[in-house]
Design a protein around this ligand. Structure first.
Ligand code: UDP
Ligand code: MG
Length: 139
């Protein structure tokens, strides 16, 4: 898989609050091309699998509950240096620590309900993209 792609989810809180359009506008304005995109809802099993790396953390149950409570927008994005540049665009996990102008600073409520996901490596971007999309949903 090319290393110029990342995977994102606009999480249930962002969708509930009507922030899909504003967040996508920021993503596009920051130079990311949409390779794949859909509105979908994760099952409990999906969320437990997607976030398996965190399954021993104290917040795991809450995280699964949150990520399955409503629809998300899942997307694959393309840009040079996509993984790192997208992490910069979204800001720190805790919006209280996120830089001004970042998506989490603008749209996240808390460290748990933080509006967006961004892959943390090229390897995980490929795994996470393939978790949500088939080859013929990627453009
Ligand atoms: N999370 C949480 N409490 C924490 C840390 C993380 O609820 O103390 C949630 C939050 O939604 C976060 C997700 O678990 O986005 C995954 O955590 P990670 O450390 O991978 O943060 P991210 O990569 O999303 O910035
Ligand atoms: Mg992470």
């Amino acid at each position: 898989m090319a290393t110029n792609r990342t995977f994102t989810m606009l999480k249930p809180d962002a969708v509930e609050k009507g922030h899909i359009g504003a967040i996508l506008e920021k993503i596009s304005a920051s130079g990311f091309r949409i390779v794949a995109m859909k509105l979908t809802q994760m099952t409990k099993n999906d969320a437990e699998t997607f976030y398996a790396i965190h399954n021993q953390r104290p917040f795991f149950g809450e995280l699964v509950e949150y990520m399955t409570r409503g629809p998300i927008v899942a997307a694959i994005l393309e840009k040079d240096n996509a993984v790192e540049d997208f992490r910069t665009l979204i800001g720190a996990t805790n919006p209280a620590d996120a830089a001004e102008g970042t998506i989490r600073k603008l749209f996240a409520a808390s460290i748990s309900e933080n509006a967006v996901h961004g892959s943390d490596s090229d390897e995980n971007a490929a795994i996470e993209g393939a978790f949500h999309f088939s080859g013929r949903e990627m453009f």
